[in-house]
Design a protein around this ligand. Structure first.
Ligand code: SAM
Length: 237
C-alpha cells in the first residue's frame, strides 16, 4: 500500500483546510477523496496523520488524528552558506542540501559573485526547499535566507561548533569534517573566494577545507562537502 500523500501546512489544527495550492494538487493530480489518509508537516520536525473529510471546489478539508516527531530529521545541525550562483544552480544546491538534511541555508553575495538576488528568487528558493523536503519525506524545511555580504553570512554561522570554509586555493585542509553536533559549511560562487575573504573567515573561527586537487563547480563542491559532513556525522548510515 502506497504511503499517504504528504502536504506542507503553515500551522496545524484538528479540523483544517489545505492551502489553495496544495488543495489543487491534491484534487487534480492526486485525485484525493473523502476518507483518504494524508500526512501533514508544518516544517517544525513533526508530522501529522489526517483523514480527508471533504474534497470539493472550496478545497480539501481534513481531520487530524495524531502527530509524531519524524525519524528522518538529522541530529546534526548543518548550516550551508553558498555564494549566489547563476541560472538555476542555486535552486539545485538548495534541493540537494535539503535532501541531504541541512537545517538552514544562507545565500550570500561576495567579491567575485556574478549573480544577484531578489525577493522573488528568494521565495522560489524557499519553495524549492519545501518541495524537496516533501519529496524526501522530511518533516522540517530548511529556511533559505540571503546575506548581502560574506561577512554577514559568516557571522550568522559563528555559533556553529565546526566551521568549514571550502577553499579552492588551499593545498591541504586545516580541518576534517568531524563535527560535535553543529556545522557551518561555506562554499563560494562560480567566481570563488579572494585571499582576503579566506583571511576574514579565519578571523571568525572558520578553518579551510580542501576538496582535492581538482577545481569543482560550486554546486558539485556544495553537494560533495555536505555529503562528507553528513557521512562523518553518521547521518547517511
Ligand atoms: N573561481 C575559482 C577558480 O577558478 O579557481 C573556482 C571557484 S569554484 C567554481 C566555487 C567554489 O567551490 C569555491 O569557492 C570553493 O568554495 C569550492 N571548491 C571548488 N573546488 C574546490 C576544491 N578543490 N577544494 C575546496 N573547495 C573547492
Amino acid at each position: 500500500m502506497a504511503a499517504p500523500k504528504r502536504f506542507f501546512v503553515t500551522e496545524i489544527a484538528e479540523e483544517m483546510t489545505l492551502s489553495a495550492e496544495e488543495s489543487r494538487h491534491a484534487k487534480t493530480v492526486l485525485r484525493l477523496a473523502e476518507g483518504d489518509e494524508v500526512t501533514l508537516f508544518d516544517g517544525s520536525g513533526k508530522e501529522y496523520s489526517a483523514i480527508v473529510t471533504k474534497a470539493d471546489k472550496r478545497g480539501i478539508s481534513v481531520h487530524v488524528i495524531g502527530g509524531s516527531s519524524s525519524a528522518r530529521e538529522p541530529k546534526t545541525h548543518v548550516f550551508l552558506l553558498i555564494g549566489a550562483l547563476k541560472g538555476d544552480k542555486t535552486e539545485l544546491v538548495v534541493q540537494k542540501a535539503t535532501e541531504l538534511g541541512v537545517g538552514r541555508i544562507g545565500v550570500f553575495s561576495s567579491r567575485y559573485c556574478a549573480a544577484y538576488m531578489n525577493e522573488n528568487k528568494l521565495e522560489r528558493l524557499n519553495r524549492v526547499a519545501r518541495e524537496a523536503a516533501k519529496q524526501c519525506l522530511r518533516a522540517s524545511v530548511p529556511p533559505v535566507e540571503y546575506f548581502d555580504t560574506l561577512e554577514a553570512a559568516l557571522r550568522a554561522g559563528a555559533a556553529c561548533g565546526t566551521k568549514l570554509f571550502a577553499c579552492e586555493f588551499l593545498q591541504t585542509s586545516e580541518a576534517g569534517a568531524d563535527t560535535d553536533g553543529s556545522v557551518c559549511a561555506v562554499v563560494g560562487s562560480e567566481g570563488g573566494f579572494s585571499e582576503e575573504e579566506f583571511a576574514l573567515a579565519k578571523t571568525l573561527g572558520y578553518r579551510g577545507i580542501s576538496l582535492g586537487r581538482r577545481i569543482l563547480r560550486a554546486e558539485t563542491a556544495a553537494i560533495a562537502l555536505l555529503s562528507v559532513v553528513m557521512y562523518k556525522a553518521g547521518e547517511l548510515a
